[in-house]
Design a protein. Structure first.
Length: 180
């Protein structure tokens, strides 16, 4: 093995998939790209990493809700575009032609162009680390979508796309929650 610079070690464990976080505050919708998303347990609890440098931070903190949208791999250029401009001066839904759909539990919209959407409430913010803990309230999936591959950020400007799936459900049955 070769030594790797420690400041690039995060590229080895960068989580995925890339997500879009939709918010609404004061009647205005916004969306941001997040590559640091974590599943916390089987109860639909998630964490994202963001902070005051993102325009959506205020909406997350003040409204206590959002939608996690999971874009398909084919949206890579849109995902990057969303992540490289600010909702402070850009209507990202209009600029990128995103389809707003009504959510059932939160004010923020679902993004109809995505594979799936999870309506969430903020249950904790660990401000020194920019960690926002979210509890899922409702989940939506597009069953008619043939292409279901997701994007995974490496953290250095490159992305990976889901590939072959390996089914080991039978071996893992004792560790999976009922119904999975």
């Amino acid at each position: 093995m070769d030594i790797m610079p420690l400041d690039r070690a995060f590229t080895l464990v960068e989580p995925g998939p890339v997500t879009l976080i939709a918010t609404r505050i004061g009647g205005t919708d916004n969306v941001m790209t997040i590559t640091w998303t974590m599943v916390m347990d089987f109860s639909a609890r998630f964490a994202i990493v963001t902070g005051p440098w993102n325009h959506s931070w205020t909406a997350l903190r003040d409204t206590g809700e959002c939608v996690i949208a999971i874009p398909p791999a084919e949206m890579i250029d849109t995902v990057i575009g969303i992540g490289t401009c600010s909702g402070a001066d850009t209507d990202k839904f209009r600029k990128f032609g995103l389809t707003r759909l009504p959510a059932s539990q939160v004010a923020a919209p679902l993004i109809g162009d995505c594979l799936a959407n999870i309506e969430c409430k903020v249950v904790d913010i660990v401000e020194p680390h920019g960690i926002v803990v979210l509890q899922g309230l409702a989940a939506w999936i597009d069953p008619g979508r043939r292409e279901g591959r997701m994007l995974h950020a490496v953290g250095d400007g490159t992305f990976r796309v889901d590939g072959e799936s390996l089914d080991r459900r039978r071996m893992m049955r004792s560790k999976l929650p009922p119904g999975v």
